[in-house]
Design a protein around this ligand. Structure first.
Ligand code: SF4
Length: 460
């Protein structure tokens, strides 16, 4: 699962520009705010498209709107808290507006959400294709709970595909749900069973993305690596990627996150072939201690991870392997944590996202004894963040003095007059250049590393 980073990147809002009719006085407006993972962001863009298709103007969340849609997250208690804050902000922004709450928090806690003053409609992670109709039927103050049981969602719900204009990398949702039930994870309760998307629909959307100028797609989902496991004769992840590789104009195919137990020899051989497959794997480790991994019900050991990472590095040149780690899982002692710390340092992951364990109501681990005190979680998290920064700078420094291929994405956030983009193995690079380079592959000679940013000059 693409877990949200502790620091909540930003409140994603679907682009308000692009294909929408000129505003008229009579036209209703809708504003979105989205918490959480790439799947949530992908779905908010699709929901925005559905409102546009019904004549709504999509406006910024900071603006006054007739309808507010908050797409929530519940992967940690911070997700719940932030969701409630944004719901209250919407209700205050325009007391007469319709406040619609959707996503994972409202899926698992609809009653809690409905009690928040100003909320009118609560939906979950399913039945999204009927959300505009529901909005047009519900009246202000009606407080409608339209959430169904997540385990009832057994088919992948197709939502309108959206290609935000002016970008070069797009997220492409290929599956939904998860059947793993790791003991700490609320996601299977929020997203329901594993559902793989029809491969023809995926290929169709990928072609549209390539035709509209996207050079890179990032395959995403709730349990991406399990793609196809719920379908008898359908393609698995590697076979799907081979089909995608035949699409003209698609120069890069990147995987968002793949659980260790889903990485097959087939997938590794595919990545070893090089372009369009990106040599970049995000493999959630969660812990490096066998007894904690067993309590998490992760289904692998530290030695399994050693063998897997060794094999990937042997086969896939220039590969970057990043990871997720949970600190402070119930019962985690200093010794258990040391095993995690040492494994990460030994395997030299390129970078890591650190999460402080957050008990989720309804998950087995929330009732486990020996819950770890917050200050201990904080201290362990800080130590891993420092280790992560050191590992990243060691990995990135190896590229100083080398020429690398970069997909130019946008103006550099750090420096005017510079363009930034990523290498195939996901190094962030900035170089002097003009916006006309966007969407183009350029070769850059790397000269400097400051923080997480590599800089250099274009090789003509
Ligand atoms: S249950 Fe496990 S595999 Fe499934 S989404 Fe949660 S962490 Fe990922």
């Amino acid at each position: 699962m693409d877990r949200v980073r502790e620091k909540q990147e930003s409140n994603f809002q679907p682009p308000t520009s692009g294909l929408q009719p000129p505003a008229t006085d009579l036209q209703k407006s809708v504003a979105f705010v989205t918490l959480g993972c790439k799947v949530n962001q992908y779905e908010s863009s699709a929901l925005a498209e559905m409102f546009r298709a019904r004549g709504y103007q999509v406006v910024d969340f900071k603006e006054k709107a007739d309808v507010y849609v908050i797409n929530t997250c519940t992967v940690t208690h911070l997700g719940d808290r932030k969701s409630r804050q944004l719901i209250r902000r919407a209700a205050r922004a325009n007391p007469g507006a319709l406040v619609v709450v959707t996503g994972c928090y409202s899926q698992v806690s609809p009653g809690e959400v409905l009690e928040i003053p100003g909320v009118d409609l609560v939906t979950g992670t399913g039945d999204r294709s009927g959300i505009v109709e529901m909005v047009e039927r519900v009246g202000k103050g009606q407080k409608l709970n339209a959430v169904r049981e997540a385990r009832e969602f057994t088919e992948f719900e197709e939502l309108p595909a959206v290609a935000a204009t002016g970008r070069v990398r797009a997220f492409l949702k290929i599956q939904e749900g998860c059947d793993n039930f790791c003991s700490y994870c609320i996601v299977p309760y929020a997203r329901g069973p594993l559902k793989s998307r029809d491969p023809e629909k995926i290929l169709e959307e990928a072609r549209k993305l390539a035709d509209s100028g996207y050079r890179e797609i990032v395959l995403t989902g709730i349990h991406t690596g399990a793609y196809g496991k719920d379908k008898m004769n359908g393609p698995g992840l590697a076979a799907l990627m081979e089909k995608l590789a035949k699409i003209q104009g698609l120069s890069r195919i990147r995987l968002s996150s793949v659980e260790p137990m889903d990485i097959t020899g087939e997938l590794i051989s595919l990545l070893a072939q090089g372009p369009p497959f990106c040599p970049h794997l995000h493999i959630p480790l969660q812990s490096g201690d066998d007894s904690i991994l067993a309590a998490m019900r992760r289904g692998y050991t530290a030695d399994d991870i050693r063998r897997l990472v060794g094999l990937i590095r042997e086969k896939v040149s220039d590969v970057s392997i990043t990871t997720d780690v949970i600190v402070g899982f119930p019962g985690e002692s200093d010794e258990h944590f040391a095993n995690t710390y040492n494994l990460i340092r030994e395997l030299k992951f390129t970078s890591l996202h650190t999460f402080k364990y957050s008990p989720r109501k309804g998950t087995p681990a929330a009732k486990f004894p020996n819950q770890v005190p917050p200050e201990v979680k904080e201290e362990r998290s800080d130590r891993l963040i420092v280790l992560g920064e050191d590992l990243y700078s060691r990995f990135a420094s190896r590229y100083l003095g080398r020429d690398v291929e970069v997909l130019a994405e946008e103006g550099a956030h750090c420096c005017p007059g510079m363009i930034q983009g990523h290498t195939a193995n996901y190094l962030l690079v900035a170089f002097p250049g003009d916006p006309g380079l966007k969407g183009k592959f350029v070769r850059v000679s790397l000269q400097k590393l400051s923080g997480r940013l590599l800089t250099g000059g274009i090789i003509i």
